[in-house]
Design a protein around this ligand. Structure first.
Ligand SMILES: *[C@@H]1O[C@H](CO)[C@@H](O)[C@H](O)[C@H]1NC(C)=O
Length: 238
């Protein structure tokens, strides 16, 4: 009994400190035919429920320490029952509300690594601020449609909109032009972002640092000279 109390206490302390440091997310949704249940932590998806396979699917990358969610599937099924009951209850009252639609508020295209001509790299198209999910992202290279991209599952933001990230492996060659085009329910035409492999995109420090170094060194030496001058002058006077 004492042990149990201690455990309870401990878990509460953990809850409190975890509450301050991390933000936990659980999304449950259902329709008459579909169901969703996902858990996230600090902006990353941890796992979701696959109601067909009847288990939790962990989606963290392999370098993360493995963990399990005992009883998670049973809990998800219980929540689903509540959700379907709610749909029956509220479905009638809410049926005339038009569904909300937000077009993506931000689309960014960038490379995962610093660009080196001929070196393997990944282009990333980051799409955020849209509702409902998902978006479709298509890529072109020099105006030809390219296959082989991947996209993650929509991640919910704090404000109820979603984020999705599409990736395309590529090898930067000078002059190549890539684009990612984003389609969404609330857009009449795709939102397109262009990425051009330019000489200046390469991680070339250029003349900037040398100029700064030269000017800095000159000013420094000047300072020493002026300082020495006044030191000598001062000594002469006294
Ligand atoms: C995304 O692509 C699928 C398959 O081509 C299509 O059915 C769907 O309408 C598209 N969604 C949007 C938002 O354009």
């Amino acid at each position: 009994m004492k042990m149990k109390k201690l455990l309870l206490f401990l878990s509460c302390v953990l809850c409190v400190s975890a509450d301050a440091l991390h933000s936990d997310l659980n999304i449950r949704g259902c329709s008459e035919t579909d169901a969703e249940n996902m858990y996230g932590l600090d902006g990353e998806e941890l796992y979701y429920t696959d109601f067909n396979k009847q288990k939790e699917i962990f989606v963290l990358p392999p370098f993360v320490d493995p963990f399990t969610a005992p009883g998670g599937y049973e809990q998800a099924v219980a929540n689903l029952r509540v959700c379907r009951d709610n749909i029956k209850l509220f479905g009638k009252g809410m049926k005339d509300y038009p569904p909300e639609q937000d077009a993506p508020s931000g689309v960014m295209i960038y490379t995962r690594d610093e660009v080196e001509f001929g070196g393997k790299n990944t282009l990333i198209c980051h799409v955020t601020g849209f509702y409902p999910a998902p978006v479709n992202v298509s890529w072109t290279k020099n105006q030809q449609v390219t296959e082989g991209s991947s996209i993650n599952v929509p991640y919910p933001n704090k404000d109820g909109t979603f984020t999705q990230i599409s990736r395309l492996d590529f090898t930067p060659q000078l002059g190549d032009i890539y684009s990612c085009a984003v389609q969404h329910l609330a857009l009449t035409q795709p939102l397109t972002k262009i990425y051009e492999v330019k000489a200046s995109t390469r991680s070339d420090p250029g003349v900037g640092p040398s100029v700064f170094c030269g000017v800095g060194l000159t000013l420094g030496l000047l300072g020493v000279a002026v300082g020495t001058f006044f030191l000598v002058k001062g000594n002469e006077c006294s």
